[in-house]
Design a binder for this molecule. Structure first.
Ligand code: ATR
Length: 273
């Protein structure tokens, strides 16, 4: 009897990863009984563990901390979006037996923003942060045709450098937090400030009417950024849906089908509480 296709998430640590639960949910929903396993790789031998996994018949994997850069080096080629992000979160064994390094974080964010019916086309979007998390989402955000996209960061040079790199139509600008001008329809926090329980020094005139505040981080309690945004009465959403969205995009790359993320997200949310 042939066994079900094998997938995995590689990380160190990996026990906390929600990916096995998410992909088990997709598999059940789509009646596509893949195996999806957490694989703990030692920090100094991810390639060895990847090769062993491939020898077992592995068809693809998600890659999490600390292997996202190393995964790029291991791939035979990179997708455009993985090159743009400078990191790989998904490895795909293609029909020719080549390993493709992909990054599904940006697509995952967009999937979640569309699910939320967030203001995108013609909207003014503010992205807080200019690190790895931002690099991967700028292109898909721009493809949604906002009227303006401002990148604000503590280290201003990093924001202006990113803005220059992605500004094809004069719509992207980089600045420091104190220089943010105007109001926005969508404000996305992609800084890791929330991890430290800190709030970037933001003006209190940030949100336009009907704005959405989105934090890429998630947890049982609202992040410091979302707690702050709540005081302005705007809609606040954390990044749990982005997590499910990036998983759905990985699944699509592997299996060619699109799971419904809503029930999976609801189950994860219930577990967080
Ligand atoms: P990630 O991959 O999560 O984006 P990163 O590349 O280390 O991680 O980027 C972290 C981002 O959070 C950066 O934009 C960082 O600002 P700097 O470029 O100035 O370092 C931002 N950040 C981290 N801690 C912050 C804090 N306490 N206040 C404001 N911004 C912070």
């Amino acid at each position: 009897m042939s066994r079900s296709p094998l997938y995995a998430v590689f990380g160190n640590p990996v026990a906390h990863s929600k990916s096995p639960q998410i992909h088990a949910g997709f598999a059940a929903q789509l009646s596509d009984p893949v195996r999806y396993e957490p694989r703990l790789a030692p920090v100094d031998d991810f390639p060895g563990h990847w090769r062993a996994f491939m020898a077992e018949g592995g068809r693809g994997a998600n890659v999490t901390v600390p292997f996202k850069q190393e995964a790029a080096a291991l791939a035979d080629r990179l997708s455009d979006r993985a090159q743009q992000a400078g990191a790989v979160n998904t490895l795909i064994l293609d029909r020719n037996g080549e390993v493709v390094g992909d990054n599904t974080d940006g697509a995952g964010l967009l999937l979640d923003l569309k699910r939320l019916e967030a203001p995108l086309e013609g909207a003014r979007i503010l992205v807080l942060g200019a690190g790895g998390a931002v690099r991967g989402v700028l292109q898909p955000l721009l493809e949604a045709q906002p009227s303006a996209l401002v990148i604000a960061n503590r280290t201003i040079d990093k924001a202006t450098a990113l803005a220059e790199r992605f500004d094809i139509q004069g719509r992207v600008r980089g600045c420091g937090f104190e220089e943010i001008k105007g109001r926005f329809d969508l404000v996305i926090n992609a800084t890791s400030a929330s991890l430290a329980g800190e709030l970037p020094p933001l003006p209190d005139t940030l949100f336009d009417e009907g704005a959405l505040a989105y934090d890429m981080m998630y947890g049982a309690a609202p992040t410091v950024f979302l707690q702050w945004a709540q005081t302005f009465g705007v809609r606040c959403v954390d990044g749990l849906g982005m997590l499910v969205g990036q998983a759905a995009e990985s699944w699509y790359q592997w299996r060619g089908t699109r799971p419904d993320t809503t029930p999976i997200l609801a189950a994860l949310r219930a577990d967080l509480r």
